[in-house]
Write a protein that binds this ligand. Structure first.
Ligand code: DGJ
Length: 755
């Protein structure tokens, strides 16, 4: 279902999406009111009675003599400062006289098939116009001659509505945008739980759920990147909603810089969900004739639980946000040098690792940080993207040729947005650093941030990276970003520019990505920011995969990948098997467990394969063969979360003791189930693992990939596997019982195939 109708009698817009309705109207004062967002409604004339307005003491009212109509409590499409809405609003505009009032009234609207691009910003797209329909409503502030265009796109096959906002200055004076968010949703009640995805370095995107309350609850970044601390994605769900049933709304911002996600419950229990660029520090001068485009916000609606919400986002992000050559192709299995050599390497040390990796079936060797300038540690050389001949006598081209000659692809790490004080680049262009004149800038990891609002800087980086990529021997780039942006000031630029810098920095980064990805379309880009500090929808537009976290411990990775899966497809999650004791936690987990976690991602290794004993090397060879055989199922299948590592389990095991997830092929004939039993309980009761997403009428064989146990002789109904489950008891009499599964940090991987 996909239909957008304008009912001129009541001046009502009805967007009938795939599985939801969204209804708004032109209010008596010409502004836009929000009426409904929820389960699908049949279209008809006469939704305008959904506008609820009531007399409230002290409310500011636009119509003299009518105390019942006030923007203070009316649900709105895009609340603006100065029109009587005294809650947090979506936009604040400073006018030339210093006032902060705006009054946008309906002028016209357009409904058309397809979805236009957003200038300079990443956004979801369509391949054919019949996949989506777009409504663009133009409003105008007559005094300022400032236009506001609110755009909405709904998709034929996905329960998604995307929004973005454009400001166009048709007047004769500049205005300053101090707040210009991308979306606003006013929901009529406050009976919601909110889930945010929060953490810090090494423990990114842990879901945290709480009951919303009167007042403001926010997620945000003020770090110049989307951050480890909060992801630009939040969920509102009904208190009884779980993974498999119930109503939920998820909103994500397609942006990689400072953001704000705000949920405000007002004193009349209206819930206002807003998301967009964080207003703190923003002061964007919009001169006559200029336009400002906000990033896109994606909102998903479901009545069928959180798995359904995530699955819709996965499909959208994987197939209509990620782009290019690698979008639908099986990604290479890579070995990254970071945790095997850190910066202490030379060619003689790297080549044997690559050679063994190739022998085991790995496709791509990635050289991480430390190959340029004279970078032996993190104190120097960022910006000098020229190979260190002490380590690599034949340069990158020479090393890449040798790796290619082994039959492997070669990949390289960059951190383009950064500069070290100890670099030729800094000595030549000290003014390219973001810093406040007269003050000593803060360092982070001993480094500083380049000013990508300057075209010269973007051009320099494009040339420096192109010089390496144009050899044609580098087929993968890991693009890192390892510090927050502080000392926000663009040297040599006027006062008015400074409030634009942080957003222009992101636009510059996107422009560089766009130039590089279009010049080198076959190079696979993986984004990274000290692990997962910039794992956001914006990056997926340029890099179809991202490094999820620097924490490569299998137990922690289950949590991080589980949390990340609420919004992001597993095909986008960079996941590697690393050495034990783990370098972050010193925890020792079995090689099998590490691989069983990493399979549910892009899969790769981050260790010295030569340091592994022969039997482990054999296991690695088998793991790679397994991943290659199941890659298509994993990349394109439907992902289901089954048991959360963040909750006490159904049988009373304490939070974090176990977790499970699965991926099911589109035809529902094959599935792969990962079960992770982190802490072994002693003499526990019988355990059944219930599956999801199978064909209830099909018959399946369940096969433990490690041990072909007698159970593989059994067959199960799809209905039975979903309603009753299958036995995974570790103690007691059960078809899978084996003492091989005794101990902590163990995993089991099951193949489910229709017979
Ligand atoms: C942070 C990344 O997350 C790591 O994987 C590694 O690339 C280092 N930076 C290199 O400095």
């Amino acid at each position: 279902m996909m239909n957008i109708t304008f009912h001129s009698s009541g001046r009502v817009f009805h967007l009938q999406g795939c599985g939801f309705s969204y209804i708004s109207m032109i209010l008596p004062n010409g502004q836009l009111g929000q009426l409904y967002f929820g389960a699908p409604l049949a279209d008809r004339d006469g939704f305008e009675h959904m506008l609820v307005a009531a007399h409230r003491d002290m409310a500011p009212c636009p119509f003299e003599g009518n105390g019942d109509f006030s923007m203070e409590d009316i649900k709105q499409e895009y609340p603006v400062n100065g029109n009587g809405d005294l809650r947090n609003v979506a936009c604040v505009i400073e006018t030339p006289d210093g006032a902060r009032n705006a009054d946008f009234r309906y002028v016209s609207h357009e409904i058309h098939s397809g979805k236009p691009k957003l200038a300079g910003l990443p956004a979801t797209y369509v391949e054919h116009d019949d996949e989506a329909e777009t409504l663009a409503i133009t409003l105008q502030d007559d005094l300022l001659r400032l236009q506001l265009i609110l755009s909405y796109t709904i998709y034929r096959d996905l329960p998604v509505i995307t929004r973005n906002v454009q400001f166009i200055n048709d007047g004769n004076s500049s205005v300053i945008l101090q707040r210009a968010l991308s979306t606003n949703l006013d929901l009529p009640d406050a009976n919601w739980d909110m889930t945010e995805f929060t953490g810090a370095w090494g423990r990114e995107r842990h879901p945290q759920t709480f009951r919303i309350h009167i007042g403001v609850q926010e997620i945000y970044s003020l770090r110049g990147h989307s951050s480890h601390q909060f992801n630009p994605f939040l969920v509102l769900k009904r208190p009884h909603t779980d993974e498999f049933q119930g109503e939920a709304i998820g909103t994500a911002l397609v942006y990689s810089g400072n953001f704000l996600g705000s949920v405000e419950v007002d004193n009349y229990h209206v819930t206002r969900l807003m998301m967009g660029i964080h207003p703190q520090g923003l002061a964007w001068t919009l001169a006559p004739g200029e336009a400002f485009q906000t990033p896109e916000a994606i909102t998903v609606y479901t009545c069928d639980g959180l798995n359904a919400l995530s699955q819709a986002l996965h499909t959208l992000l994987r197939t209509r946000l990620a782009r290019g050559y690698w979008r639908d192709r099986p990604r290479p299995i890579l070995l990254n040098s970071w945790e095997s050599t850190y910066m202490q390497f030379d060619e003689a040390k790297l080549l044997p690792i690559a050679s063994k990796a190739h022998e085991l079936g790995i496709d791509l060797f990635v050289l991480d940080d430390g190959w340029f300038g004279h970078r032996d540690n993190a104190t120097s050389s960022l910006g000098d993207w020229v190979a260190d001949r002490r380590k690599l006598p034949d340069g990158i081209e020479g090393l890449a040729s040798k790796i290619n000659a082994l039959g492997m692809q070669f990949g390289l790490w960059f951190e383009p947005e950064m500069i070290s004080k100890d670099s030729h680049l800094y000595r030549a262009h000290p003014d390219w650093m973001i810093r406040v004149p007269g003050r000593e800038p803060l360092q982070g990891r001993n480094q500083y941030v380049l000013d990508l609002s300057k075209t010269d800087v973007v051009n320099y980086l494009f040339e420096a990276m192109s010089a390496i990529l144009s050899s044609g021997k580098v087929s993968y780039v890991k693009w890192d970003m390892n510090r927050s942006i502080t000392d926000v000031f663009s040297q040599g630029r006027p006062r008015e520019f400074q409030g634009e810098l942080l957003h222009r920095q992101i636009l510059g980064m996107y422009a560089l990505y766009e130039r590089l990805t279009s010049t080198f379309p076959k190079v696979l880009f993986e984004s990274c920011a000290s692990g997962g500090a910039r794992f956001d929808p914006g990056m997926l537009y340029y890099a179809p995969q991202g490094w999820v976290s620097d924490d490569t411990d299998a137990v922690e990775r289950v949590k991080i990948q589980f949390g990340t899966s609420y919004a992001y497809p597993i095909s986008s999650m960079g996941s590697h098997v690393s050495a034990v004791p783990n370098h972050q936690l010193m925890r020792v987990t079995p090689l099998k467990t590490r691989a069983d976690v990493a399979y549910f991602g892009t899969f790769g290794y981050e260790l010295d394969v030569n340091a592994m004993p022969d039997d482990e090397q054999r296991q690695v060879r088998d793991q790679i063969a397994f991943m290659k055989a199941h890659r298509e199922l994993i990349d394109t299948g439907t992902f289901w979360r089954l048991i959360s590592p963040f909750e006490e389990s159904e049988v009373g095991l304490q939070q974090g003791s176990e977790a499970a997830w699965m991926v099911v092929s589109a035809d529902r004939r094959h599935a792969l189930v990962g079960y992770y039993r982190m802490i072994m309980p002693l003499n526990e009761g019988y355990r059944l693992l219930k599956l999801a997403g199978l064909d209830p009428t099909a018959t399946y064989r369940v096969h433990d990939t490690q041990f072909p146990l007698p159970a593989s002789q059994f067959t199960y109904g799809g209905d039975e596997l979903m309603a009753h489950g299958f036995d995974i008891s570790d103690t007691g009499f059960g078809p899978f019982t084996t003492d091989m599964y005794q101990g902590d940090y163990l995993s089991r991987l099951f193949e489910i195939d229709a017979v």
